[in-house]
Design a protein around this ligand. Structure first.
Ligand SMILES: [Fe+2]
Length: 465
């Protein structure tokens, strides 16, 4: 009896699941099945007159972006009739420093488009103003820390928008695969940062682990999800000397010139960032020479010259070589701030120059151009770092690699060249640039600002006014 009723129960459940399956099939086969948005929208190759809006759909579909400067009145549009899942729609002929609302979708349907779908075009190149740029290093690990860092960054911004955000590499752990980018990067930032703020990435070593082959192969070919997921201004769309490669490029945000560099990939299958005869460094020299008139120059890449956090810049050859061979070029060109990741903490120098040896050769009297903390907060010896027309030397090195991953200290932690080091709290940086004044704040995962510095340039220097 018991057996019989169990059998009946089993047959009934089979019937039910079969009918559910056929219903599912019916729905799947229906002509009206909606196209689903599974990634984005996200904003790339932003300039003062254009932007590239990207998104991904689950099935092939056509693309349409409707846009306009008045909320609810999207009176302009761009269409792409190709049936594709990776949608890339370029808007051009836009006005500088102007807020545009937008909606994405197909020719007839809208996938997304409400009051939170907006962007502000970049200011005219060279124009001083008030700009905010966030920097996130080693972010994509789907951790609680990643979520808290993002939440506190947004809280810090309040009603202020970011002008843009940059990535300092290792953007999706463990191997930078497309599915890791989906779950640990795009899904996490989609509702706030990605849809509103132009993004300029840099690659880290983990962004090169994507293929079944060794990362050595990817280092040479750049065939990784990172390069397929992001579009970069490779042709000087936003200022700078065209690099003609996604690996490294430059762009202007008003009077700030940015260089995004690749410290892990190889050019011509041979040269890395520390090989100064290679194509990347040759391009960097040209780009820096052509942008000497900018108010500020900021360079960012993944592998730091100074760290005693989760990595050791005395023992790891690639870090030693970057310090010995490369950063002198950056310093001679007067780059104001260098931003790196790789170690999973925060490490920040004073205004410094000329330290290319091991940690024990660091001499504060010789290498620090200022003994100030630069904090500008009323505490003792905290005056802003100042650059004058006569003396524009010095760079502040900032390692900010705890926007997701967190922790790790070498035996000799902290590095002697650093004014401030913290590997116990996650965080991200916000650069606040107002004309000839630059402030950097480290916003931690608990909302505290544990470090900051200010740099000021004498008016008239480098076209800042
Ligand atoms: Fe790394």
């Amino acid at each position: 009896m018991l057996k019989k009723s169990l059998l009946l129960l089993w047959s009934a459940s089979m019937l039910f699941s079969q009918s559910a399956l056929s219903q599912q099939k019916k729905v799947k086969g229906a002509a009206t099945e909606p196209v689903r948005l599974i990634r984005g929208p996200y904003l790339q190759v932003a300039s003062s007159t254009g932007i590239l809006i990207r998104w991904r759909t689950d099935v092939s579909a056509r693309s349409k972006v409707q846009y306009g400067t008045v909320k609810g009145k999207l009176d302009q549009s761009v269409e792409d009739l190709k049936l594709i899942t990776e949608h890339k729609v370029k808007l051009s002929g836009l006005k500088p420093s102007t807020k545009y609302y937008y909606a994405i979708g197909g020719l007839k349907d809208t996938l997304q488009g409400d009051e939170n779908n907006y962007f502000v075009t970049l200011p005219e190149p060279g124009k001083p103003g008030h700009y905010r740029i966030a920097a996130l290093g080693d972010c994509g690990d789907n951790s609680i820390n990643q979520r808290h860092v993002k939440a506190e960054l947004l809280k810090h911004l309040g009603n202020n928008d970011l002008t843009a955000w940059i990535l300092l590499g290792d953007n999706a752990y463990q191997d930078g695969t497309d599915s890791e980018f989906q779950s640990k990067f795009f899904n996490i930032y989609k509702d706030d940062l990605l849809k509103k703020y132009p993004l300029y990435p840099a690659p880290g070593n983990h962004d090169y682990h994507d293929t079944d082959l060794t990362s050595k192969y990817a280092q040479e070919t750049h065939e990784t999800a990172y390069y397929q997921n992001f579009s970069m201004p490779t042709e000087g769309e936003a200022g700078g000397v065209p690099s003609h490669t996604q690996a490294f490029y430059s762009f202007d945000i008003g009077n700030i010139h940015f260089l995004s560099l690749d410290s892990y990939g190889k050019e011509d299958k041979a040269y890395r960032l520390y090989d100064t005869i290679g194509p990347q460094v040759q391009w960097i020299k040209k780009d820096l020479a052509a942008n000497k008139n900018k108010g500020w120059v900021i360079a960012f890449w993944h592998h730091p010259p100074y760290t005693m956090g989760s990595h050791n810049s005395d023992e790891e050859e690639e870090l030693v070589k970057i310090r010995e061979n490369f950063i002198g070029i950056i310093e001679r060109a007067g780059v104001d701030v260098v931003l790196n990741g790789h170690s999973h903490g925060y490490e920040r120098s004073r205004l410094m120059q000329g330290h290319y040896g091991m940690e024990n050769t660091f001499d504060p009297k010789k290498h620090n151009l200022s003994s100030s903390s630069g904090k500008n907060d009323g505490s003792k010896n905290s005056a802003p770092y100042t650059k004058t027309v006569k003396n524009s030397k010095g760079t502040v090195y900032v390692l900010s690699g705890s926007a997701g991953k967190l922790g790790g200290k070498q035996l000799s932690y902290p590095h002697d060249a650093m004014y401030f080091s913290d590997a116990d709290h996650g965080g991200s940086c916000v650069l606040d640039v107002q004309d000839n004044r630059l402030e950097l704040k480290w916003i931690c995962a608990d909302g505290e600002i544990r470090d900051q510095f200010t740099m000021v340039k004498e008016q008239g220097k480098n076209g800042s006014k």
